[in-house]
Design a protein around this ligand. Structure first.
Ligand code: SF4
Length: 215
């Protein structure tokens, strides 16, 4: 008998609400896969990485097969018709395959894949969405065709023209430092986002988890 494929899972948690993008405020659970191709996750290498503002711990975790992942997700909250799932990382498309996406799509009302855009997405059901926050990573171009973009301002503003040209919705999100959504730099980033909303047709995305201080 062949052993089931496993995924390296950093954490499974909820219930919470989606904090960003198209499904913001909607109830959901989170599946965070381990590993990223933009940074190795060590504190001492963060400043020189492609994402010096990254606030996510995606190292380590445990190997779980699909049945174990679904069981843990379902244990978080009784099934309900409007519950979503956020598939995040790290970079989840380093590991996610069509089987995982099909299973999540069947189990939840909607699924948001939070990707940096440098990996092609396997085939996915219609209720599994691709949310791309593009990152400039050396020798790893953005190749995905997302359902919406989430461009960090000002750090990834160079992606804005291309994102708008795609015709998909474009959220602009102020870069937030370790100190949280406050201070002069953060306010300047918000002001730039608002300017882009008023002049370029972008939508504002705030990371509401940071305001509420919830996972
Ligand atoms: S791509 Fe996302 S998870 Fe990976 S280092 Fe950058 S911000 Fe962090």
């Amino acid at each position: 008998m062949t052993a089931a494929r496993t995924y390296q899972v950093k954490s499974i948690f909820g219930p919470t609400v989606q904090g960003e993008g198209m499904h913001v405020g909607q109830p959901c659970v989170f599946l965070r896969l381990a590993g990223c191709n933009a940074w190795d996750g060590r504190v001492e290498t963060r400043a020189a990485s492609a994402c010096p503002y990254c606030d996510t711990d995606f190292r380590g975790g445990e190997a779980l097969d699909l049945d174990a992942i679904l069981a843990r997700l379902h244990a978080l909250i009784p099934p309900r018709v409007d519950l979503g799932c956020v598939l995040s990382g790290g970079e989840p498309l380093l590991q996610a395959d069509a089987a995982l996406l099909a299973a999540l799509g069947a189990a939840f009302a909607w699924v948001d894949i939070e990707t940096n855009g440098t990996r092609l997405c396997p085939s996915r059901p219609a209720n599994v969405f691709l949310s791309c926050s593009p990152k400039r990573i050396p020798h790893q171009p953005v190749v995905c065709e997302p359902d919406w973009w989430k461009v960090l301002i000002p750090d990834q503003e160079h992606f804005l023209d291309g994102a708008l040209a795609s015709g998909q919705p474009v959220f602009v999100q102020p870069t937030c430092s370790d100190s949280g959504p406050e201070g002069a730099i953060y306010r300047a980033n918000v002001a730039r986002c608002l300017e882009l909303c008023f002049t370029r047709g972008c939508r504002l995305s705030l990371q509401i988890h940071k305001y509420l201080d919830i996972p």
